[in-house]
Design a protein around this ligand. Structure first.
Ligand code: GCU
Length: 681
């Protein structure tokens, strides 16, 4: 095993930030592992910037938890006026040029510290109390890391950052220093949960639950001081594969007691263990269907083993038939999660969270929001996003995803007054249904993009996606542009470099969209690894991912009137809007409808001309990105400059390949020439 060398890339936490806080007299009144973490941060920061960690008397800044605030003479009445500080939240109490950072809990204190480190103290602000708390109680990253190298998926499934940060050569890395830095990065943006292994649980990884539990203990030790609870992906058939039972039927007493005993052992070793992530009956993974049981039966059985310890189950809704016959036009993969899970609403236990991918298919560059999110008001929900860029350029292409996530989180499930996706996953619908908000709260889960790479994320700019994920999970109303500016400000110290990086990343999601599959139809990627164009790569496969292009037109008819009925799974006004091509937004037209190439979009262009134009424009935009970076590269740290330069060169090569394959394919299919007579092969 090769040791993981320390990296010189500190991502958005270089040693120097936090001058405003570090140059003051600062006091901390807190105990426990998180109190110690904040104390150590303050000692390092003040040593670097000339301040000091002192007693509360005479300190300009005092950090403490709410339960200590009364003793310290903090005006709790003022706090009460703004309501209790939520658990992971914090209050900034300003009085006469001093600031108290009061955490609603130990985690809240840690997040309050990171807030003032990042944003400064603003000592000139008027006296008063400001409370900041996360919109979503659950802010989680799932790692698709394998302990043992998988023959097809390698060390990290869909990982583009040089292998696993945790495991190497079939073992946990002996030196977890980098994991500690990673945990600190995550804490600084408010992440509070991490799942430690791939949702496809192979043989070695299954044993993290049993005889490899010591590895989980060690990882929990590294994440704990940063307020991050650890979870395991488990295989539904563990009672058979690990326990030697003849069945994994969730209604069998022997199976239930096997899980109870396994869970008890985990909590003996890790009292603050979080729980399980489960991919069941999906893409070959075992599940309750194998025993004629429902997903409610399966999830609740695990939930009941975890409940006595306060643990949770994240049960994934990514369930569909991956062996469908491409000739069968009645089966629509987009419907699958809804058809499986909407009828189960209200049957899941309180510690089961249904984890739903943001779109109905699979993390394509453009999809409508999953209708499941609006269909299960009595179920706790987690919205699943993908920070790892499986379908958005695999961290070889610059593609800033915050604008997409921001749109998804803000999507209103109904008319403009209806709750947004963010409010629904935070628990709004459940709270309205029975007023016990706590029992219904959920949040955001995302697949991590981090690995052993010296820049953490392969493409240095992909760090911005990780940063933005945390910030949006905390506050979905933050603007993607503002988050980008925060990240640029923390990451680069040269203004010209920041400006160039900003110009490259702004609009990069739409740029990627413009040179890949058009108008929401998705796929058209190389099967298996999903990089680069292959228009018909999935067309005659069992995966349920088709575009149906012929000589006359393209797209999937998902209308109620003539198609699969998928459009009708949304509340109004969306159901009516998506039902007809005339009212479907251009960017989703081919997701919902099969139209002739001559169909005119709202933009005024025909579909075929849009395909040509967007593909030519996409490449031109990437050429501008390359030029923008070349102009400043010598001002950036050399390792970053080189890496970004290499990645942009590959992005340009790949965008040209996409452009030429897509345009050529559609010229040949349709026979309709480009109005501008550009070169198409
Ligand atoms: C995608 C991805 C798989 C992954 C799956 C999932 O299909 O390609 O590698 O296992 O999503 O989310 O479970």
């Amino acid at each position: 095993m090769s040791p993981l060398p320390p990296t010189a890339d500190h991502a958005w936490l270089p040693p120097d930030p936090g001058h405003d806080l570090g140059s003051r007299a600062v006091a901390i009144d807190a105990t426990g592992p998180l109190g110690e973490t904040v104390r150590a941060e303050l000692v390092a920061l003040t040593a670097r910037h000339g301040g000091s960690v002192s007693s509360p008397e005479g300190a300009t800044v005092v950090l403490m938890t709410a339960d200590r605030a009364a003793d310290a003479g903090i005006d709790l009445e003022a706090l009460e006026e703004v309501g209790d500080i939520p658990d992971d939240g914090f209050a900034l109490v300003r009085a006469a040029g001093n600031v108290a950072v009061v955490g609603g809990s130990d985690r809240g204190l840690l997040y309050g510290f990171h807030h003032v480190r990042r944003a400064g103290l603003d000592l000139d602000a008027p006296d008063g109390v400001e409370v900041d708390a996360p919109a979503h109680p659950i802010r989680m990253l799932d790692h698709w890391d394998n302990v043992a190298v998988h023959p097809v998926m390698g060390r990290v499934e869909r990982g583009y950052s040089g292998g696993s940060l945790f495991y190497d050569d079939g073992r946990l890395r002996p030196d977890l220093t980098r994991v500690g830095h990673y945990a600190r990065l995550l804490a600084s943006v408010g992440i509070n949960r991490v799942a430690l292994n791939n949702v496809n649980v192979h043989a070695a990884e299954a044993r993290l639950l049993t005889d490899r539990l010591h590895d989980v203990v060690r990882l929990a030790e590294v994440f704990r001081p940063q307020g991050i609870t650890v979870y395991l992906s488990v295989s539904f058939s563990s009672p058979m594969t690990l326990g030697g039972l003849p069945t994994a039927d969730p209604l069998e007493e022997s199976v239930q007691s096997w899980w109870r005993a396994a869970v008890d052992r985990v909590y003996d070793a890790i009292p603050d263990f979080g729980g399980f992530v489960v991919k069941a009956d999906s893409e070959g993974q075992p599940g309750p269907f194998g025993y004629g049981r429902t997903h409610g039966d399966g999830a609740n059985m695990l939930g009941r083993a975890l409940a006595p310890h306060g643990g949770e189950v994240f049960w994934r809704a990514f369930v569909y038939n991956h062996q469908q016959d491409w000739r069968d036009r009645s089966t629509d993969r987009a419907r699958a999660a809804y058809d499986h899970f909407a009828p189960l609403d209200g049957t899941f236990d309180d510690n089961v969270i249904l984890q739903v991918k943001h779109g109905p298919m699979d993390f394509q560059v453009r999809e409508p929001v999953s209708p499941v999110i609006g269909a299960v008001p009595r179920t706790r929900l987690a919205l699943e996003l993908q920070v790892t860029q499986e379908y958005t350029g695999q961290q070889r292409h610059a593609c800033y995803l915050a604008p997409m996530w921001s749109q998804v989180l803000g999507f209103p499930f109904g008319d403009d007054a209806a709750p947004s996706v963010s409010q629904l996953v935070a628990g709004a619908a459940g709270a309205a249904a029975d007023a016990s908000a706590e029992a219904h709260s959920g949040g955001v889960v995302a697949v991590s993009n981090v690995g052993a790479d010296e820049h953490w994320t392969g493409h240095p700019f992909a760090q911005a996606n990780l940063y933005a994920l945390g910030r949006l999970a905390w506050d979905p109303d933050l603007s993607p542009e503002g988050i980008l500016d925060e990240w640029l400000g923390a990451t680069f110290d040269d203004d010209a470099v920041r400006d160039a990086a900003r110009s490259i990343m702004t609009g990069s999601w739409q740029t990627y969209e413009s040179y890949t599959a058009p108008l929401g139809v998705g796929w058209m990627v190389r099967p298996g690894h999903h990089y680069g164009p292959d228009v018909d790569g999935y067309e005659y496969t069992p995966w349920g991912t088709y575009h149906f292009a012929d000589r006359d037109g393209i797209g999937v008819d998902r209308s109620v009137a003539t198609g699969t009925g998928y459009a009708g799974l949304y509340p109004e006004p969306w159901a009516s809007r998506y039902e007809r091509p005339e009212t479907t937004p251009d960017e989703l037209l081919l997701f919902f409808h099969h139209v002739p190439y001559t169909h005119r979009l709202h933009s005024g262009k025909t579909v075929i001309q849009h395909i040509y134009d967007s593909h030519f424009e996409g490449v031109e935009r990437v050429e501008e990105m390359v030029a923008a970076w070349e102009a400043v590269a010598d001002r950036a740290p050399s390792a970053v400059a080189q890496r970004v330069g290499e990645r942009l060169a590959e992005q340009l090569r790949s965008a040209v390949e996409w452009r030429d394959q897509i345009n050529t394919y559609f010229l040949r299919k349709s026979g309709i020439p480009d109005e501008q007579g550009r070169t198409i092969y």
